[in-house]
Write a protein that binds this ligand. Structure first.
Ligand SMILES: Cc1cc2nc3c(=O)[nH]c(=O)nc-3n(C[C@H](O)[C@H](O)[C@H](O)COP(=O)(O)O)c2cc1C
Length: 186
């Protein structure tokens, strides 16, 4: 797909099925992530690739953290949490590692990582790979960070679910450029 067309037409794929992106597709998509804008070349992007049986480990971590907060979860609620990572054949945990820098505030590390995630979504769409960016409470939990071997101040920017789009592609919402871009009044 032509680059500009992919940027203008991209939509998320909430329903995903096998197969996961191929080795070639991953290379192309991951390379796109590494071209995110990046203040001071800090490269604040780490991606933990979770697929196959490793999705069960992520589900168990989600359940442990959920139970620590809400011990009275019933069987159905527990099963739902365990099943979350199985909504896609592959998940990227996108992390902005924390680092001190005199000119780059913490927010900019997260913004750069978010830009890398958007590059992933765009590149995936251009290759007909489905992707969906999720956060939720698990992205903002010190216990999840610990379980994934991250430092407490590292920030999970998203769980990027990836696979083959299942069902029809959503229509692109029609938005008016003038509603979002206005000249500065002088
Ligand atoms: C930082 C961020 C976090 C998000 N977290 C969730 C989420 O937890 N659950 C969800 O259903 N959608 C979430 N979304 C929205 C979807 O990824 C998606 O963008 C939205 O459904 C709109 O679809 P579109 O990308 O096709 O326009 C998040 C988006 C962003 C940017």
């Amino acid at each position: 797909m032509e680059a500009l067309q992919a940027l203008q037409q991209r939509v998320s794929s909430p329903k995903l099925c096998e197969p996961a992106p191929s080795v070639e597709q991953r290379q192309a998509i991951f390379q796109a992530a590494l071209r995110a804008a990046d203040h001071a070349n800090l490269r604040p992007w780490r991606f933990i690739v979770v697929e196959g049986d490793a999705r069960g480990i992520l589900g168990e971590l989600f359940l442990r953290v959920s139970l620590a907060k809400t011990p009275e979860l019933d069987e159905a609620q527990r099963a739902k949490i365990l099943a979350k990572p199985f909504r896609a054949p592959m998940i990227l945990v996108a992390v902005a590692p924390f680092t001190e820098h005199p000119k780059v505030p913490e927010l900019e590390l997260q913004l750069s990582c978010a830009a890398a995630v958007q590059n992933i979504l765009n590149a995936a769409f251009a290759l007909n790979v489905g992707a969906y960016w999720r956060t939720g409470s698990m992205a903002f939990s010190e216990q999840v960070n610990e379980g994934l071997g991250l430092a407490a101040k590292d920030q999970i920017v998203g769980f990027i679910y990836m696979g083959t789009p299942a069902g029809r592609v959503k229509p692109v919402p029609s938005l008016n450029v003038d509603d979002f871009f206005q000249p500065l009044e002088v």
